[in-house]
Write a protein that binds this ligand. Sequence first.
Ligand code: AKG
Ligand code: FE2
Length: 331
Amino acid sequence: MSFLEKAVTDRFEEQGYVVAEGILDPVEDIGPIVAEYEELLDSMAGQWHAEGRLSSSFAELPFSERLTQVLAEGMPVFPAFDISLPPLSADSGEETPIHLGAAVFNRMLRNPRLLDAVECFIGPEIYCNPVQHVRIKPPEHLVPEAMRHSLVASVDWHQDAGVVEADADDTDLLSAWVAITDATTENSCMVMIPGSHRADVALHCLTYERQGFAGSAQLTIPQEYRGPKEPTPVPMRAGDVLFFHRMTMHASLPNVSNGIRWSFDLRYNPLGQHSGRPWFPGFVARSRAHPETELTDPAEWARLWQDAQAELAGGGTPAFNRWKDDDPRCA
Ligand SMILES: O=C(O)CCC(=O)C(=O)O
Ligand SMILES: [Fe+2]
């Protein structure tokens, strides 16, 4: 490990999070990802307009404004934009569209510079964990209240260990939050509680005033369970990656700017550990020991999700987490 890599991982150990700057290249990586989403939005907006659900296809607008308009008119951009399935069985049927594009697979999930960084934290046998999302957050006041869920609006305090199954508590789950646009305190950057990763899984309460994804409640760690440390906002530049520990408490701010905030949050863990959502497909992103086991074909990745979706449509999705509505500590 280089001196610089050691400095970065030491900071992660100490704080529970660290920003690695300039991991994604604006042209080589971010360009193709943005292009893939532009194409997706173009086809969806065209179709919704043709069906009479949208007042215009807004083809003349740049991506950020076009997306904001389409969301403002209540179109279901999510889950179609997301790169994982929503939590409720009703929405996990075969017809739920998700985005399984080649640029996301090659330039994001399997990005070699990103995996080099991941390797510094969890070693060279790397599983791409299926707990992964894209979040595109327009100015919050432009999103209809009923649609302000956790992929398009602010997210409340939680630990990522708290949003997966308890059998992954000991998984060395590394979250990688990738900025596609700059993230600022105005446009909904992340906020972290330094040192909170040293504790266990804290109490998470289901809060129905704040929406999770696809009609679910958001999970919130009540104030009295967050510890004494002041939360720290983490502004970032496009292409930077925020790495954080599964126990690090974090949230995101509301977007009070005039533009969109766009990120991907990905997770990786050492091969052979519980993923926390076993009904979703992950894959071997890197293996120095058995490189032949790496998944390199985006079409194969898409097929894994389609197969999982077909299976879930038959049996219904298990509950996504361990938290109960009637926990007296949440009253
Ligand atoms: O991007 C956000 O607003 C929240 C992301 C988050 O909670 C995560 O990446 O684990
Ligand atoms: Fe999170």
